[in-house]
Design a protein around this ligand. Sequence first.
Ligand SMILES: Cc1cc2nc3c(=O)[nH]c(=O)nc-3n(C[C@H](O)[C@H](O)[C@H](O)COP(=O)(O)O)c2cc1C
Length: 376
Amino acid sequence: MADPRGQTNALLSTNKLKLGLFGVNVSNGCAITKVPERFRGTWPETLAISQTADRYGYEALVPVARWKGFGGETNFNGTNFDTYTWAAGIAQATKNIGVLTTSHVPTVHPIMAAKQATTVDHISNGRFALNIVCGWFAPELEMFGRSIMEHDQRYEYAAEWIDIVKRLWSAEEEFDFDGQFIQVKKGFSMPKPIQKPFPPLMNAGNSGKGREFAAKYADMAFLHLDPSNLDTLKAHIDTYRRLAREEYGRELQIWANCHVTQRDTQKEADAYLHHYVVEMGDDEAVENILNIQGQQSQRLQQEKREQIKFNIKAGWGGYPLIGTADRIVDQLATLSGLGIDGILVSWVDYLDGLNRWQRDVMPRLEQAGLRNPVSA
Ligand SMILES: Cc1cc2nc3c(=O)[nH]c(=O)nc-3n(C[C@H](O)[C@H](O)[C@H](O)COP(=O)(O)O)c2cc1C
């Protein structure tokens, strides 16, 4: 049976391959580069990009939860809008697209989160969804005066947090919650969200514990795609969906994160990728990220480290869609055939990328039966 929330929320639409934008609330978006056309993260820019994606029929705008930059010449992601108030403003300025908040659970009390999320659901008339993240960048969480939890414990905290949020969204009576981490006395919240029983949830956990969490709670989960090894992807997707279905009786959309360089020839696309990643990449920022993630040079073979650095600079390690519209559509048809339901995309220059994609990729996706034409 179709999910009734699909009547208002494009994230639950019938498009076979759903499209979302990632990172348009943080400077540089997903590309760790010094090129002058990079995204600066101002409100007029994020507004124009979001409204363009809305007009072109995209399903989702997913912001990044970030509080501090990663240094380097660009201070990558160092200018970052709060994702709840960003979503509220964007929701008011758009018509059809799904608008998400990405919430770092340790930084927002669940009562505040439930209330703010409900408010955006009302502003957007049922187009809101919540992306739940636990946080991994210790210095930004330390700004809040707390140290980062041990990895698996973060998900145990997140489970209590979202259990409370869901109760607040649906309970008709006051309730107490006595968790290991969070206590609530006579909790209650009105109004309830427009979407029933509550807005869709997204999670991008990648570890075993993260996937277990996503299978239990999320409507949209992410898989990290290795372009050199798609052979096992279908099996991974099937296993993930089966876990959600058999353990928790839930249907899971599987999404992937991609970065795009689309040009009229493969040669031009490869040259631009080389330019922004190798010639103009912010190497200091990416080194900082690798060090924070604990991938010190002693522990990684040099070749592998260079490859990882390249992928992170190109688009946060997302799947590369590089080349002509035909090639990109071929790649997307393959991913869709393997079971991918949606992709989050990022470009160095989002508006330029959106317009190229709209001109050349979108009609081909429609011809391939992956998307329905947008009615005017
Ligand atoms: C598409 C996508 C979006 C993410 N967004 C954020 C974010 O906004 N803030 C953040 O701190 N982490 C973000 N993450 C990191 C994840 O929350 C998670 O920490 C990571 O995928 C590692 O998985 P694990 O927690 O299961 O080890 C994102 C990851 C992906 C793939």
